[in-house]
Design a protein around this ligand. Structure first.
Ligand code: TAP
Length: 473
């Protein structure tokens, strides 16, 4: 049992002022893997006070000091690689290979990138008639979800350190252990006391408390739209700056010159990686009518190349969903889909032989209408929807006909058409064919997918205020 009942406040691990705890469940075994303490408002208050006290010095730390802290974190993070991989497999159910290649690497990438971005970052700029100063935004509250335990926390923490903003982090209570290891790494890295604080607990107490705390200046939240809306309303009371990274229902546009196999693999990897629990997942696949039968057949034929099963077993690509709640949600969408569209493969229930654990059947719907529920609402599971089109502009119109705008994918060959699609999808991030991810590429959404951008130099800007000085001597 992994019982971690302390919070990290002002450079120390301290007991919670309350006695309540939250159980953490391993989604592959359905067993309790440990407990965390359910923090109180008093705990949060202590953390905010520590961050506030750290602010004057931390916000005036030099670029060189911040780069050194980030580099120390990178070193500590690498030293604890096996542990991080192991814990994310247990708390999230991510297959060991995914814990390493996706989760571990993304967390590492953000710390490395922040150090690199800082090298060229200017906190002072002479703009002719005035001088621009970029100063730390103040105390930041970070609220993170369970689907990427190191990625979501690391991008926020790395940017905040780079900007000299002290933080209070509340990680998702379903996946708190990777964040606890991160706190230990940050402690060892020599980050000044009070500059990083971690308070575990529920969204309704600690998350809610962060968004309404009068002494927090900025809230950076990643998670569901409903919670995002709640946070924005709370933050309005003290006119806090907010950054929201919310959901998506991103399109994959398959062009008529695309290789069918490459396109089918792209569509599958979008719903199978992290069991489809990815805000930027391409879950609406737009396919030319002439390609429909070939594409459907390829998707079904290639599905076994993403084996579902025990995340600790070698060769497994897709693990269980994170929780019973998430499993129930996915089941209810599959039920809806069976009424709205044609079920190509999958369906409700658990895959054969995987009765224990929150495993869902990878499910593909075809003959889907873009205005159906399964094409408009975020499912957050291994469910894909195929929508056919006659001409590309019609596909783009449907692709943009959503309240979301987080990401978009395009698969094909003609360069001019690829550029045309990339500039006409209304979303914050576009991926063309199998392009590699650049950690300096801003991440964030148009429309109801959010406000603000994370990652790299744009991520650092979120934790800064802008001041114009006229007549600087
Ligand atoms: P949320 O409730 O939004 O959880 C995200 C974070 O917000 C967690 O740390 C959570 O704490 C906290 N939180 C919950 N209620 C809060 C409140 N009233 N005030 C402030 N913070 C609060 O998401 P969920 O329930 O875990 O997942 C539900 C759905 O959200 C999923 O099915 C999926 O569609 C979507 N989702 C999207 C994303 C991304 S990356 N866009 C990530 C996760 C989920 P606790 O962990 O203690 O509840």
């Amino acid at each position: 049992m992994r019982n971690e009942l302390k919070h990290y406040i002002n450079g120390e691990w301290i007991e919670s002022t309350g006695s309540e705890t939250i159980e953490v469940i391993n989604p592959a075994t359905e067993e309790v893997m440990g407990k965390i303490s359910s923090g109180t408002e008093e705990d949060l208050d202590k953390a905010v006070k520590a961050a506030r006290a750290a602010f004057p010095t931390f916000s005036h730390s030099t670029k060189e000091e911040r780069i050194q802290w980030l580099k120390n974190i990178v070193e500590g993070y690498e030293a604890r690689k096996e542990e991080l991989i192991d814990v994310m497999t247990d708390e999230l159910g991510a297959p060991l290979s995914v814990s390493e290649e996706v989760h571990y690497n993304m967390g590492l990438g953000h710390f490395k990138q922040a150090a690199e971005s800082l090298e060229d970052f200017s906190f002072t700029e002479d703009r002719g008639g005035h001088t621009l100063l970029k100063e730390s935004v103040g105390v930041s509250g970070l609220i993170t979800p369970w689907n990427f335990p190191t990625n979501q926390t690391s991008t926020k923490i790395a940017s905040a350190i780079a900007a000299g903003s002290p933080v209070v982090l509340k990680p998702a209570s379903k996946t708190p252990y990777a964040a606890i290891i991160l706190a230990e790494i940050i402690h060892e890295a020599g980050v000044p006391k009070g500059a990083f604080n971690l308070v575990n607990g529920s969204g309704s107490v600690i998350g809610n408390g962060i968004s309404s705390h009068p002494d927090i200046d900025f809230v950076s939240f990643t998670g569901s739209g409903t919670t995002g809306e709640h946070i924005m309303k709370n933050a309005a009371e003290t006119i806090k700056k907010v950054a929201l990274e919310l959901g998506g229902k991103s399109p994959v546009i398959v062009l008529d010159d695309a290789d069918v196999e490459v396109a089918a693999k792209t569509a599958l990897s979008n719903i199978m990686t992290n069991t489809g629990q990815v805000c930027s997942a391409g879950t609406r696949v737009f396919v030319p009518k002439s390609m429909k039968e070939d594409f459907e057949k390829k998707m079904v034929d290639l599905l076994p190349t993403f084996p579902v099963g025990d995340p600790r077993k070698e060769g497994i690509a897709t693990g269980p969903l994170v929780s019973k709640d998430q499993w129930d949600t996915v089941q209810s969408y599959i039920e809806k889909g069976e009424k709205e569209a044609t079920l190509l493969t999958g369906g409700t229930g658990k895959p054969e032989g995987l009765e224990t654990g929150y495993y869902a059947k990878p499910t593909i719907f075809t003959d889907v209408s873009n205005d159906s529920v399964i094409a408009q609402e975020e499912i957050f599971g291994p469910v894909s929807t195929i929508i056919t089109y006659d001409d590309l502009d019609e596909a783009l119109e449907m692709a943009n006909d959503t309240v979301y705008g987080l990401a978009g994918y395009v698969v094909g060959k003609d360069e001019e058409t690829l550029r045309y699609v990339a500039s006409n999808i209304k979303a914050g991030r576009i991926k063309i064919n199998d392009a590699k991810t650049d950690f300096n590429g801003p991440f964030g959404g148009y429309k109801q997918s959010g406000i603000g951008r994370e990652w790299g130099d744009f991520g650092i800007e979120e934790y800064l205020e802008i001041k114009s000085v006229h007549g600087m001597p």
